[in-house]
Design a protein around this ligand. Structure first.
Ligand code: NDP
Length: 294
């Protein structure tokens, strides 16, 4: 049977390390790192994500704040608030929870965030710095996956990694990270998407499969070779008769079929998800210590 990658445990460890660093900062007379989240509207999934980010901030000793807007807020009002947050010396980093209502341009908002406070790592300058191997805030989900591979000492050098999905926030930065010339990467990377022909031919070649598609149970047992490492990024809400709520969360990987073939696999929930928050806090600590932008 495969080793189950326990993202909750690794995330807890990272949070403890961050909390210890916060104590050191305070001992040195500095203030607590401060992360803010901007939430527009009432999307239940977004509210859950933001609440758990705030709760984890408190746990590690950060200051956190929540800026809420009604879903009818205008783009101009939102951009004005972003401008204020950019200039707020008491704020180290902030995120604007996506998705935003259709009348607001996400790209405009992403580009309005000051790169030095962009702890989500979505600003074109930070993405460009990632591509060029310069210090940057790495997008939280891919960064969390790199931590998981490192923690479980999963060999990546010279391995073939197939990433399925090429979104700006997961698939694309993931493929860049895995191809980097560093001991924690050095993979040969294939980036697949909805126009990829014969996807299974690619995934069957993979030593490491990273699925970030957003389709429940998409990766099946016949698509994965024996001994592969499988990282499931997907969070899909499906109807279920097994839960009181009538819903449950499943990944992009058909776990029961794929797991028996794997050397390592992440469950959903409890795999990649908890790492995303840990990485966001890591980026905020870097911002507070001015390690990326002086
Ligand atoms: P997007 O919808 O932005 O991107 C999905 C990608 O999958 C696209 O590149 C798309 O291709 C590709 N795709 C869709 N259908 C197929 C197909 N049939 N074959 C091959 N590729 C396909 O999603 P995200 O990247 O934002 O998220 C992916 C999943 O990860 C979601 O379930 C999301 O909820 C989850 N997620 C989890 C996080 C966590 O913390 N664990 C954080 C962020 C996301 P194309 O580009 O051609 O359209």
């Amino acid at each position: 049977m495969p080793t189950l990658i326990n993202g909750k445990e690794v995330s807890e460890k990272i949070q403890q390390e961050i909390a210890a660093e916060v104590e050191q900062l305070i001992k040195a007379g500095k203030r607590k790192p401060h992360l803010a989240a901007v939430l527009v509207g009432n999307d239940p999934a977004s509210q859950t994500y933001v609440n758990s980010k705030i709760k984890t901030c408190e746990k590690v000793g950060f200051t956190s704040s929540l800026v809420r807007f009604d879903e009818n807020v205008t783009e101009t009002e939102l951009l004005k608030k972003i401008e204020e947050m950019n200039e707020d010396a008491g704020l180290d980093g902030y995120i604007v929870q996506l998705p935003l209502p259709k009348h607001i341009s996400e790209q405009k908002v992403i580009e309005a965030v000051k790169p030095s406070k962009d702890v989500d790592g979505f600003h074109p300058i930070n993405v460009g710095r990632l591509v060029l191997n310069l210090p940057t805030y790495i997008s939280a989900t891919p960064y969390g996956i790199v931590h998981l591979l490192e923690y479980y000492k999963i060999e990546t050098q010279g391995k073939h990694c197939v990433v399925i999905g090429r979104s700006n926030i997961v698939g694309t930065p993931m493929s860049i990270l895995m191809a980097k010339n560093t001991p924690l990467a050095n993979c040969t990377v294939t980036l697949c998407h909805s126009k990829t022909k014969n996807l299974k031919e690619h995934t069957l070649q993979a030593d490491i499969v990273i699925a970030a598609i957003g389709r429940p149970n998409f990766v099946t047992g016949d698509m994965v070779k024996q001994g592969a490492v499988v990282i499931d990024v997907g969070i899909n809400r499906v109807t279920s008769t097994e839960t009181k709520s009538g819903f449950k969360l499943v990944g992009d990987v058909k776990f029961d079929e794929v797991a028996p073939k794997c050397s390592f696999i992440t469950p959903v929930p409890g795999g990649v998800g908890p790492m995303t928050i840990a990485s966001l806090l890591k980026n905020t600590l870097l911002a507070a210590k001015k390690e990326i932008y002086k």
